[in-house]
Design a protein. Structure first.
Length: 318
């Protein structure tokens, strides 16, 4: 149900597949009124305008028209101007461009021509999409699956405990539970895979701004430590040699997790890697909180995938 298209008509080829039409526009085409242009596939995918979770970029608009949410909960809920949609009124909206109260839909909304069953397939898919997007969301908590190995599990639990001392996700507290809204272990693996490239870029930028800086790219040998230099490094490379380096007249500029993560790791007898996992968990939880009250799995994952975890590292000067 894309809104980008002022369409003369839309048709599907092949068996009705609500998920493929919604997500990728597969088998979907749209003609533009007054032109010979034909749009297909992702250009006319419902998710392209209404969002990967069907909740829309609302109140964003296209051509001055608001793009409403089309997830099942929003469609079935009556509003001040229309009754809720059922399967029949949804099909009429698609094929005739008529809202559930009989008003014409905006001209930007395509009038679909579809093979038998496509409207029903889309309507059923939107119901399943709502269930998938909110699985693990409960009135007072958000279930998360945590990494199983140590110290990752302990670091994630510590970050959640600190986060829960606030308001959580608008009154919902993240907890380890099933069914899970998100697999936090998978999220952390993705963030860990991305942080190194950003870390190296930040270190290189710091070194470029410091005259005659020595950028360490590997751990120094204790037998050949430099003297009287300004060293820029990942704190994990320097580790227990930091004090010795300072005693040899070196200045240090290090990138490491925030103080609260470092303090927790020291108190637990763990290293900078554990502190980094706690930092990444805290960052992921903050992103989820930033999604507001209308959490959805796909939108949360998109926001996490767009994050730059290296920006969460702090600069320390000694």
């Amino acid at each position: 149900m894309p809104l980008l298209v002022a369409a003369a008509g839309v048709a599907w080829a092949g068996a009705p597949d609500g998920a493929a039409a919604f997500r990728r526009g597969e088998g979907l085409s749209a003609g533009i009124a007054g032109t010979s242009l034909v749009l297909r596939d992702r250009a006319v995918a419902c998710a392209g305008c209404h969002g990967v979770d069907g909740r829309g970029p609302f109140p964003a608009s296209e051509g001055g028209q608001p793009i409403p949410p089309i997830n099942a909960a929003a469609l079935s809920r009556p509003t001040a101007v229309r009754p809720g949609y059922d399967a029949a009124s949804f099909a009429r909206a698609l094929t005739e461009g008529v809202a559930s109260d009989g008003r014409p839909l905006a001209a930007e909304m395509p009038r679909f021509r579809s093979e038998a069953g496509m409207a029903e397939a889309l309507f059923l898919f939107l119901g399943q999409l709502d269930r998938d997007e909110t699985r693990g969301l409960l009135p007072d908590r958000v279930n998360l699956s945590l990494p199983t190995g140590e110290p990752a599990h302990a670091a994630a639990l510590a970050a959640m405990a600190a986060f829960n001392r606030g308001d959580g996700f608008w009154g919902r507290l993240p907890v380890e539970g099933s069914p899970a809204f998100l697999d936090l272990g998978e999220v952390l693996a993705g963030l860990s895979a991305r942080i190194d490239e950003g870390r190296q870029a930040r270190l290189a930028g710091l070194a470029a701004d410091i005259p005659d800086a020595l950028l360490l790219t590997e751990a120094p040998e204790p037998s050949s430590l430099p003297r009287d230099r300004h060293i820029v490094a990942d704190a994990r490379l320097v580790g227990p040699l930091a004090q010795t380096l300072r005693e040899r007249g070196n200045r240090l500029t290090l990138l490491a997790p925030p103080p609260e993560a470092m303090a927790w790791a020291r108190a637990e007898g763990l290293g900078a890697d554990a502190a980094e996992i706690r930092m990444l968990t805290s960052g992921a939880l903050a992103i989820l909180a930033g999604q507001g009250r209308g959490l959805s799995r796909s939108r949360a994952r998109l926001a996490i995938d767009r994050a730059e975890p290296a920006d969460w590292l702090r600069r320390y000067d000694f």
